[in-house]
Design a protein around this ligand. Structure first.
Ligand code: ARG
Length: 459
């Protein structure tokens, strides 16, 4: 039976019921709804709406229900009730009879759903925060393992300057670091309890809302009932945080898809994250990474859908807001799955250091070094840049790398170049030279790894 049947002379038609019900997707908040109800029963007991005995009986029944739900979570979805709040109330009444009908005193599904949803979000965010730490640790381990490996660094997908492979790893550690801090920040802001805001105007019972918030593990109670029941900023913030992180994961995926290509051959993904072709026996496709890249669109979609739904909604609660859940219930587990999958890719990856080194050696990636060499010989950088450009042209014409030109060839373009140019053009010298903070010199990268390790020691 619906919670609100009194003023209606006939029930909803089946198509409307299906359209309106949220139980098929909000049943995942069963635990949160029950825990919220336990706390609300406590609050009602403190203002003497429930006697101690009634309170105890209700709480015992709610915990019984919690056990049943945990044993068989999917069964909740099938009860035919309108939403998870109706379901829990009906199940409670089923257990304790009329006493169950007292629980909704002073409460509305509007403050209830806002509370349940925040609880669910906080819990899920903490699982994701752990996954972010875990993937960062895998990247750090890879950065340590491959410390000597040199990679061609790209701009415009053209070989630009050599970098350490570990420097590449640490770039993604930085991104994930920001994702984790954004998540933490979002959680801090959502850590307010709407329960006790009623339908929109506040509750008419003298509820100690700070105590209630504390009971539910929130840092504080929300301060304005109209805002509390209509605020879904926390959903938007989580979806934006997820989107930014997915954006990072998609770039990570794209880098590795390219590095794993037959043409680059820099890395080989492990069998456990790749799949074959039904037709071409030789194929080993980077499906895990492609799916990470692909699922990014879906998370972005959930974010824009939420913003569009909320835009221009009048205060306070409107049924439009029931659309807040499916996108998030899809986006956060998607984000989590992508973090796990990206981590598996990292854990099993093989890096072909010889190929990456050979590639870093080509493409005249040491041209900047030569320009810096000319600067050290007293030539203004802009002029040096031009001279090196000419030398690159000579090298291309000869089918050689810069360091393979003879001294005569160098001197034909610039007389200041001497024998001491050769050590400067060596790959390792290029890396060593990038020694200012944040650069790819082995010392700087080692510092970055150490710094990150200190931050990620789980206490
Ligand atoms: N199922 C609704 C939702 O998810 C919560 C109930 C509020 N309904 C209402 N008629 N005031 O948003």
């Amino acid at each position: 039976m619906a919670l609100w049947g009194g003023r209606f002379s006939s029930g909803p038609d089946e198509a409307f019921k299906q359209f309106n019900d949220s139980l098929p997707f909000d049943y995942v908040m069963a635990e949160q709804d029950i825990i919220g109800s336990v706390a609300w029963a406590g609050a009602l007991n403190r203002v003497n709406v429930l006697t101690d005995d009634e309170h105890q009986r209700l709480v015992a029944a709610l915990y019984e229900l919690l056990e049943e739900v945990q044993a068989n979570p999917d069964s909740v979805a099938l009860s035919g009730e309108e939403d998870i709040h109706s379901h829990v109330e009906a199940a409670l009444i089923n257990k304790v009879g009329d006493l169950g009908k007292k629980l909704h005193t002073g409460r509305s599904r509007n403050d209830q759903v806002a509370t349940d949803f925040r609880l669910w979000c906080k819990q899920t965010a903490s699982t994701i925060a752990d996954a972010l730490i875990a993937i960062k640790q895998s990247l750090l381990a890879l950065a340590e393992r491959e410390f000597g490996t040199v990679l061609p660094g790209y701009t415009h997908l053209q070989r630009a300057q050599p970098v350490l492979f570990s420097h590449w790893c640490m770039a993604y550690v930085e991104m994930l670091e920001r994702d984790a801090s954004r998540l933490q920040d979002a959680v801090k802001r959502m850590d307010q309890c709407p329960l006790g805001s009623g339908a929109l105007a506040g509750t008419a019972y003298a509820i100690d809302r700070e105590l209630l918030a504390q009971d539910l593990g929130f840092a504080q109670a929300t301060r304005n009932s109209l805002d509390a029941v209509s605020d879904r900023d926390f959903v938007v913030e989580l979806l934006s945080t997820a989107s930014i992180s997915m954006l990072h994961l998609s770039r990570f995926a794209e880098d590795l898809i390219f590095y794993n290509s037959g043409e680059a051959g820099f890395v080989e993904l492990a069998d456990n994250v790749t799949s074959g072709s039904s037709l071409m026996p030789q194929k080993k496709n980077p499906d895990a990474l492609e799916l990470i890249r692909g699922k990014t669109g879906r998370v972005f979609g959930a974010m824009s859908a939420m913003m569009m739904t909320l835009k221009s909604l009048p205060l306070a609660y409107n049924k439009d807001m029931q659309e807040d859940k499916e996108g998030l219930f899809d986006a956060l587990p998607t984000w989590l799955a992508c973090l796990h999958m990206a981590q598996s890719c990292i854990n099993g990856i093989k890096v072909n250091g010889e190929r990456t080194r050979a590639a870093a050696q080509g493409g005249h990636a040491n041209a900047t070094e030569l320009a810096d060499y000319l600067v050290a010989k007293g030539i203004p950088f802009r002029e040096g840049h031009h001279i090196v450009g000419q030398l690159v042209q000579v090298a291309i014409g000869e089918g050689k790398n810069l360091e393979q030109l003879t001294l005569e060839q160098f001197q034909a373009v610039s007389s200041v170049i001497e024998e001491d140019v050769y050590p400067v053009l060596e790959l390792d010298a290029c890396l060593q030279a990038r020694k200012a903070l944040g650069g790819t010199s082995p010392q700087q990268v080692a510092n970055a790894i150490k710094h990150a390790q200190q931050q990620h020691t789980i206490t």
